[in-house]
Ligand binder design. Structure first.
Ligand code: AVJ
Ligand code: FE
Length: 443
């Protein structure tokens, strides 16, 4: 959401209401697209049944907005434990006595009706939790995050395709330079002013990078194919020790959802089998594959600090932008966000979304693996609950930045931080390359 400094409480309420409606329309579309059996089934041990995500969305909304912000009685006090992500691993959720699809739909509707009433009656001041509508924004983002998770479940399900969307637009402009120099020195990382930024994005602080080069576009399927064809999956030289062990144990030979046919590589995308499009960013690779590709290509992955500087730093003013293109919220010309399309756009698309330094497609298309672990920023304070970020610090997680075609604009920003295990491939993640600048390349 845009900085709320100049918005009246009424305008904040309108924004909240609009965002709540948008996220619910998406959750509804993702769950109405399939039949009841499909909703309660486990499509992959990596994922919850779709009906769990739906009721979990409602439960999280009830806990924070109905009970905490609203101070109201529980809508249902008997199901909190079932929908607590820390109580049951995803693989175990189908066996739980979950709400049936009809009950889950009724539940989320009842919660939502109360929430609109709470929104009307709650002064959006006095408590940090409600300042600028934060708690509502947090719940909008939570729903959109689970919608992206449900989209990944859709990608894992087999059967007749049920999701459809137009292809993203193809840029008419020629490809930019393949890499740009990011100047060394300090910049402002993170934020203390973005009203709906989550705890791990805070506070704004000075971060230093040495000068480096970053690619203007993500690595494409065509480029990734050259790594496969060069035997990259069979050469331990390119892989870290843990990466190689995983490649061997999981028998990785290509991105997830790819299959080699007599006439070249195919992939399955939301139930449709198609030729691998060479000019699209590669997606469904894990951190270890991204790192191996980078080593093979003679480059490396950017660190998270480098990624954010390339995305936000404006050398003309010295300040950090909210988004790569500036401070205004994303429009369809800036980035492939919001599940408007069911695939990344060809590399070089969205010239209007380029950063000040000329780096494209930082937001949307594919999440980008960074060579950094999940760590708190200096001055981090858990808010409003430790289980969003803090309990994950120091775990086996690598950072992902920028969002994918399946990420809603309300659930990502220039400062937004995402993370996952380095072996995960069902998420919509790809990567771009960086390299150190040689002294003679730095003016
Ligand atoms: C921050 C995206 C890794 O989806 O697991 C959802 C967000 N936290 N419910 C996730 C989240 C609680 C989280 N990520
Ligand atoms: Fe959740």
């Amino acid at each position: 959401m845009t900085t709320t400094e100049n918005l009246t409480a009424e305008q904040v309420r309108e924004r909240v209401a609009e965002q709540l409606r948008r996220s619910r329309a998406r959750s509804t579309a993702l769950t109405d697209a399939v039949d009841e059996d499909d909703l309660v089934r486990q499509h992959s041990r990596l994922m919850s049944p779709l009906v769990w995500d739906l009721a979990h969305i409602g439960n999280q909304e009830e806990l924070w907005l109905v009970r905490d912000v609203g101070g109201r009685d529980p809508v249902r006090s008997d199901i909190d434990e079932l929908y607590d992500a820390f109580q049951h691993a995803r693989a175990d959720r189908p066996a739980l006595p979950l709400l049936k699809p009809r009950e889950a739909r009724t539940y989320v509707r009842e919660v939502r009706e109360k929430v609109f009433d709470v929104l009307e009656r709650t002064p959006l001041e006095g408590r940090r939790l409600v300042q600028d509508g934060f708690a509502f924004g947090m719940i909008v983002q939570h729903e959109q995050q689970h919608d992206e998770t449900m989209l990944a479940t859709h990608q894992l399900r087999t059967g007749t395709p049920v999701l459809h969307a137009e292809d993203p637009p193809r840029a008419a402009e020629p490809l930019p330079a393949r890499e740009v120099l990011v100047p060394g020195g300090e910049f402002t990382m993170g934020t203390s002013t973005e009203p709906w930024a989550l705890d791990n994005e805070r506070p704004a602080h000075a971060a230093h990078v040495d000068a480096f080069f970053i690619d203007t576009v993500p690595v494409s399927n065509g480029e990734y194919l050259a790594f496969i064809d060069a035997g990259g999956y069979d050469d331990p030289r390119w892989w870290s020790e843990v990466g190689w062990a995983h490649r061997q144990g999981a028998n990785l030979v290509a991105p997830r959802f790819w299959e080699r046919g007599p006439a070249g590589w195919h992939r399955t995308r939301f139930g449709v089998v198609e030729q691998v499009p060479l000019d699209e960013p590669v997606v469904h690779v894990c951190f270890h594959e991204a790192q191996a590709y980078a080593n093979w290509a003679g480059k490396r992955l950017p660190t998270e600090v480098e990624w954010e500087k390339a995305a936000r730093f404006d050398p003309a003013t010295g300040r950090s932008r909210r988004w790569p293109w500036g401070d205004e919220d994303p429009g369809p010309e800036h980035a492939n966000l919001g599940q408007r399309h069911l695939r990344p756009a060809p590399v070089g698309s969205y010239p209007a979304g380029a950063s000040a330094l000329g780096v494209r497609q930082l937001m949307g298309d594919v999440w980008e693996w960074c060579d950094s672990d999940l760590r708190p920023y200096p001055g981090f304070a858990a808010f409003p609950y430790r289980e969003y970020s803090e309990v994950f610090f120091g775990g086996d997680y690598k950072m992902l930045r920028g969002g994918s075609f399946g990420t809603d604009a309300s659930a990502v920003r220039g400062t937004f931080r995402n993370w996952d295990h380095p072996i995960r491939r069902q998420i919509f993640a790809g990567f771009r390359l960086a390299r150190d600048a040689r002294p003679d390349e730095v003016r």
